[in-house]
Design a protein around this ligand. Structure first.
Ligand SMILES: O=C(O)c1ccccc1N[C@@H]1O[C@H](COP(=O)(O)O)[C@@H](O)[C@H]1O
Length: 212
């Protein structure tokens, strides 16, 4: 079954919708410039709304250890997503220090960008393959920008991975078909306004990703 991650959950309606839809993972953004950013306390309050359910992912961008420590003091995470310019040594250090699985995000625009997979495979548990930020973007992700889904078709990706970047309920089935991805991650495409999740679009996205 296609794995589905709903990222940038920052309110109760979005959290409840991701749980009700049966998302496999959900993401809390701990990156203050993002319109989806949450404090550790807000993430803890949301997470407490459901026992079990989606794996709680903490999204960080070039984090200091102190930030991850502060988050983990407030809320249990199942996975750390690193969406900045972390190099393999930094990914390995974060994984070792916090004892949690790590998902490294890589920006993909050309076939050559896939070469980085080999560098990170020894230190990451999963990959997130996202578009590179478009010109003028101020965030390293969450920009509603897709990349060419055919770039991953037929490629062996050396860890479990999620496809991201500009996915929507309307496009996700075709994205899965073209990319061959085993899972997907979405933020902007399930929002009714920038940074505001839309429960109906979350439900529609999960159903579409699962072939419904
Ligand atoms: O969502 C954000 O605000 C964000 C900020 C900083 C880094 C990554 C971010 N989001 C990640 O980007 C992908 C793609 O987003 P979108 O669907 O194109 O909006 C998203 O799945 C998050 O993992």
């Amino acid at each position: 079954m296609t794995l589905v991650k709903i990222c940038g959950v920052n309110d109760a309606a979005g959290f409840d919708a991701a749980v009700a839809a049966g998302a496999d993972l959900l993401g809390f953004v701990f990156y203050p410039p993002s319109p989806r950013a949450v404090t550790p306390a807000v993430a803890a309050g949301l997470s407490a709304r459901a026992e079990g359910g989606p794996l709680r992912t903490g999204l960080f961008v070039d984090p200091e250890d102190a930030l991850i420590e502060a988050v983990l003091a407030a809320v249990r995470l199942d996975l750390i997503q690193l969406h900045g310019a972390e190099d393999p040594a930094r990914v390995a250090a974060i994984k070792a220090r916090f004892g949690l699985p790590v998902m490294k995000a890589l920006g993909i625009a050309t076939p050559g960008d896939l070469a980085a997979l080999a560098d990170f495979a020894p230190v990451t548990d999963r990959f997130l393959l996202d578009a590179k930020p478009p010109p003028g973007a101020t965030l390293p992700g969450g920009n509603a920008a897709p990349f060419d889904w055919r770039l991953t078709a037929g490629r062996v990706i050396p860890r479990p991975w999620l496809l991201a970047g500009g996915l929507t309920p309307e496009s996700v089935a075709e994205a899965l078909r073209q990319s061959g991805a085993p899972g997907v991650d979405v933020s902007s495409g399930v929002e009714k306004a920038r940074g505001v999740k839309d429960p109906a679009r979350i439900a529609a996205f999960v159903a579409a990703a699962r072939g419904g």
